[in-house]
Design a protein around this ligand. Structure first.
Ligand code: GP9
Ligand code: MN
Length: 402
């Protein structure tokens, strides 16, 4: 194992941690993460039947750092994979969910880093059963202080749809629970209503359905619109309770909602000519970092969910150079560093490698695979090291477990 950890430490040493004048601008603030179920980036600033799908988020990004080229890097673990990347900045596994497969490993989690660098209290809020995705066990291992799950909410037939409590009552009740936490806190709120198959009561439909050949795509518009309304009300409630000003908000889509087989209908709705590289484009998820009082900026560097943690830590003024992780600070990330997918594909500012084919990103032109080869080596190296860390439980040799 000494050899293994040396290799990993050598790799980490090769990552530089450039600083910017944004370092520490949110130091000591409460952190509210909002995991937006199945929310893809194409909904932002998009109208269907002449109506915005996300009117609130469209306003919010004007006063936020809005990262518009962030890719879904999840695999079979879906929501739990996105949580894993944000909490550990390691890659998910190629099969199954790390939450289910390795809940006993040592991890240098976001929760621990925040506790050690600012005495943060950490909690997760989610309307589903505590055992779903093995969250209850994994959260404890990651160092969360509290998990508010289904049993902490008043859940009725009237306030539920599909997987559970609807986002509006979920947020309303969550704010009451958030008030009980010591500050500073990290609160992760995981929405649920915009989940396949995107069912919604008629009274909650605030926008007309899409009019493609696929009802899944048509309904998706309505559940994303509902989620947007829920987030708008959450922000208003937090303002009303004095819980907004001293908080940094990170909103992100956890993964795609429209699976590949519905992408032809999706491209129809978006007016895109369908091509194989649309798929990668559709796998972009919005990442919005809102700090009250800071101006707005859209940042178009390619990145992935694994990069959210170092970006957040940078704003909180916490140095990450010693934390073993694969993410990069999005404010300094190199545009040609590949954004790595669990199936071995990647995307950067110039190339896309997908299903064994190398493409030029802008034109979709097919290139000789040799062009993508150097980046594929990075893909192979990073996924290999991340897997070694997880399967060998190697962080137990490099970090302290409390
Ligand atoms: C379930 C919710 C949805 O608790 O997180 O799970 P998903 O199917 O998106 O992984
Ligand atoms: Mn999900």
């Amino acid at each position: 194992t000494h050899v293994d950890t040396a290799k990993i430490e050598e790799y980490m040493a090769s990552k530089k941690d450039d600083t910017t004048d944004l370092f520490g601008i949110a130091k000591g603030k409460n952190v509210v993460l909002i995991s937006m179920e199945s929310t893809q980036n194409f909904v932002i600033n998009r109208k269907v039947n002449d109506r915005e799908i996300t009117p609130f988020l469209n306003d919010l990004i004007k006063e936020s750092f809005y990262f518009n080229q962030i890719y879904d890097q999840t695999a079979q673990g879906k929501t739990s994979d996105s949580e894993f990347m944000i909490d550990t900045s390691l890659y998910p596994l190629s099969g199954g969910s790390v939450f289910v497969r390795r809940p006993g490993n040592t991890f240098t989690s976001l929760q621990r880093l925040l506790r050690e660098n600012g005495q943060y209290y950490s909690a997760s809020f989610h309307g589903n059963d505590a055992s779903f995705w093995n969250r209850e066990k994994m959260y404890e291992n990651l160092g969360y202080d509290r998990f508010f799950s289904k049993q902490d909410y008043v859940v009725t037939d009237e306030n539920s749809v599909n997987y559970g409590i609807k986002d509006i009552p979920f947020f309303e009740q969550s704010v009451e629970l958030m008030k009980t936490m010591p500050e500073p806190y990290l609160a992760k709120l995981i929405t649920l209503t915009n989940h396949f198959p995107f069912l919604l009561d008629e009274t909650d439909q605030l926008i007309a359905m899409g009019n493609t050949d696929e009802d899944v795509v048509n309904r998706y518009v309505t559940t994303v619109r509902y989620q947007d309304e829920a987030i708008k009300r959450l922000f208003q409630t937090l303002k009303d309770h004095g819980m907004y000003e001293d908080t940094i908000f990170v909103l992100y889509g956890d993964h795609y909602g429209i699976s590949k087989k519905y992408e032809v209908a999706l491209s129809q709705m978006l007016g895109d000519e369908y091509s194989p590289i649309n798929h990668i484009q559709y796998r972009q998820v919005p990442v919005i970092i809102h700090i009250p009082g800071e101006g707005g900026k859209t940042i178009s560097v390619p990145g992935g969910e694994i990069d959210i943690r170092p970006t957040l830590l940078h704003l909180l003024g916490i140095k990450t150079e010693h934390a073993i992780s694969f993410g990069h600070n999005l404010f300094t990330r190199s545009p040609n560093h590949p954004v790595i997918f669990r199936d071995g594909g990647f995307v950067n500012d110039t190339y896309i490698f997908q299903d064994g084919v190398c493409y030029r990103k802008g034109s979709g032109e097919q290139l000789n695979n040799a062009t993508c080869e150097p980046y594929r080596q990075t893909v192979y190296d990073e996924l290999g090291l991340s897997d070694e860390i997880i399967f060998g439980d190697l962080l137990r040799f490099t970090s302290t477990k409390d």
